[in-house]
Design a protein around this ligand. Structure first.
Ligand code: IPD
Ligand code: CA
Length: 266
């Protein structure tokens, strides 16, 4: 079974386990802090269990890096890492805002640039976004690309959640020049929508986002023809550690990138 098929099947298992749980009283609970540093909710735990159970069932030789469960070694001779954010957008999922997803990626080494496969499943609609390095990005069975033609509305995704006043000040010109900034609350799904051509720039400069939230979306954007850069405008890369916190800008082309970068205050 190919790695991408394993991730797709694991993601389907998550969809089945949580589709009737999101937004209900049972979705929440407090299960202490997970490896990623946030409080784990029941929906997070149920979703992670679905992935872990499936990987164990098929005896997939890997090390899992999960946002709640941390590092779980499923083999003495692993093929690589499964980077798991079983629920990205947990606050939305708990409250019942229909924008949350499951993000799973596979990396051969301890670095983001070694991600070879990624799947983001919209856990409200069930739509699945997936990519394998060098083979393109897909939504369900259809090939997807970042927006190529000038859009009617230029949509700028900006993650402002928990931003410092200094960052808001830096981004002020971006907010001022665009009437169409968006913040939806699940980075992985926002990157999937970017890869599908619905968002033109996505900015997260908070130095807060974890690799678990990013890994699959990162591959989707790259495989759909966009790019993901660090704040120095170099291709984004990092280790896969839980302590690692990232900032990045995703853009569909150089022109749009230059325009945005020129607006962000130094
Ligand atoms: C969160 C989402 C959200 C971002 C937070 C993340 P989680 O992931 O990606 O968009 O603003 O920083 O923590 O906690 O729901 O997996
Ligand atoms: Ca999560």
């Amino acid at each position: 079974m190919q790695v991408i098929e394993v991730l797709r099947e694991a993601s389907k298992q998550v969809y089945q386990s949580v589709k009737n749980l999101a937004g209900t009283e049972d979705a929440a609970g407090d299960f202490g802090r997970g490896a990623g540093g946030d409080i784990s909710r029941r929906i997070d735990i149920v979703a992670e269990k679905a992935v872990l159970d499936y990987l164990k069932k098929i005896n997939f030789q890997c090390v899992v890096l999960g946002e709640e469960c941390g590092r779980v070694e499923l083999s003495d001779n692993p093929k690589g890492f499964v980077i798991m954010d079983a629920i990205d957008g947990s606050a939305n999922a708990v409250r019942g805002i229909p924008f949350f997803c499951c993000s799973l990626a596979f990396a051969t080494d301890n670095k983001l640039s070694s991600v070879t496969d990624g799947v983001v499943t919209d856990l409200h609609s069930g739509d699945m976004y997936w990519a394998t390095k060098g083979k393109g990005a897909f939504m369900n069975e259809k090939r997807i690309y970042v927006q190529k033609s000038p859009p009617i509305y230029k949509i700028i995704g900006v993650n402002v959640s928990g931003s410092s006043p200094e960052l808001i000040k830096k981004l002020q010109p971006v907010f001022k020049s665009s009437n169409h900034t968006r913040h939806l609350g699940a980075n992985a799904l926002e990157l999937a929508m970017f890869a599908r051509g619905l968002i033109d720039v996505y900015i997260d400069l908070r130095e807060k986002i974890r690799v678990t939230d990013m890994a699959a979306g990162y591959l989707l954007v790259n495989e759909a023809g966009g790019f993901v850069l660090d704040p120095d405008l170099k291709p984004l890369d990092s280790d896969l550690g839980f302590e690692t916190k990232l900032s990045f800008i995703a853009a569909t082309n150089k022109k749009i990138l230059d325009e945005i970068v020129s607006q962000i205050k130094k």
